[in-house]
Design a binder for this molecule. Structure first.
Ligand code: ZN
Ligand code: ZN
Length: 256
């Protein structure tokens, strides 16, 4: 299983992109950076896109990817029914951007929407995928993705913590979890459904209590302006827990 971080941040700049992960070149988790990070031929290799929730930094490139793959689809887009509804009524609504669910042809559209149900495993392109609800203020799921070789990752998407229901069902080889803000912004983080290093520590302690081990951890969704602060605090958490925690960066590749 080869994981590539296409976008690791909540903020876009020349050197940072919005949330997007790519597995084995064929399956994207969130769509914040699937066009800005990949060549056209690499984009055309993507068979499925899994959306964690409907916030813009996770869905933005569904518009640009749709144009790029207009004649080569359909691409399957998975997500909660409510998230898919927001995408079709606010982004690819036929006003802001074309209705890719019916164009170029109703029987051969650009996208095929595939609603997922929390707790119900689906097989996507040969991977077993379990969507697990996470707390984020809007309907949201994390995904446990298991390859045919048995290796797996869990990606939380955006969450404010309280993920023990995830750790009860998932035992990944790699945990990709959001750490959006530094500890000095904890009250703002909690109001907006995001994590800080201190909250990350609680989650990892919960994980270890429930599963008896800690996998390598990759932090994502950092706010660029306070990333150095987050990095220092995450390093402290890693030391306290004896854990391997790294901050993701665009272009990061991990083999499992
Ligand atoms: Zn969000
Ligand atoms: Zn986000």
């Amino acid at each position: 299983m080869e994981l590539e971080v296409l976008g690791a941040h909540q903020c876009e700049s020349r050197d940072s992109k919005l949330m997007s992960l790519l597995i084995d070149g064929v399956m994207a988790l969130d769509a914040g950076a699937i066009t800005s990070s990949l060549t056209l031929s690499d984009q055309q290799r993507i068979k499925a896109i899994l959306i964690t929730h409907h916030h813009f930094d996770h869905i933005r490139d569904l518009a640009t990817f749709g144009i790029n793959t207009f004649w080569t689809g359909p691409t399957s887009v998975y997500g909660l029914a409510s998230a898919l509804e927001v995408i079709s009524t606010h982004i690819i609504d036929g006003v802001v951007y074309p209705d890719f669910l019916r164009r170029p042809l109703p029987d051969k559209p650009t996208y095929r929407f595939c609603p997922v149900e929390p707790g119900k495993e689906v097989v996507i392109e040969g991977y077993r995928v379990l969507p697990v609800p996470v707390e984020h203020g809007v309907p949201a799921v994390g995904y446990w993705v298991i390859s045919s070789s048995g290796k797996s990752i869990f990606y939380t998407g955006d969450t404010g913590g309280g993920c023990s229901s995830c750790w009860e069902v998932a035992s990944p080889d790699l945990l990709i979890i959001e750490v959006c803000m530094s500890d000095s912004y904890e009250s703002m983080a909690q109001q907006s459904g995001h994590m800080t290093p201190r909250l990350l520590k609680q989650e990892l302690l919960d994980f270890k209590r429930l599963r008896g081990y800690l996998p390598p951890v990759v932090a994502v969704h950092m706010i660029l302006a306070i990333e150095d602060e987050i990095r220092g605090e995450v390093a402290q958490v890693a030391e306290e827990l004896g854990a391997r925690i790294t901050l993701a960066h665009e272009g990061m590749r991990i083999s499992l």
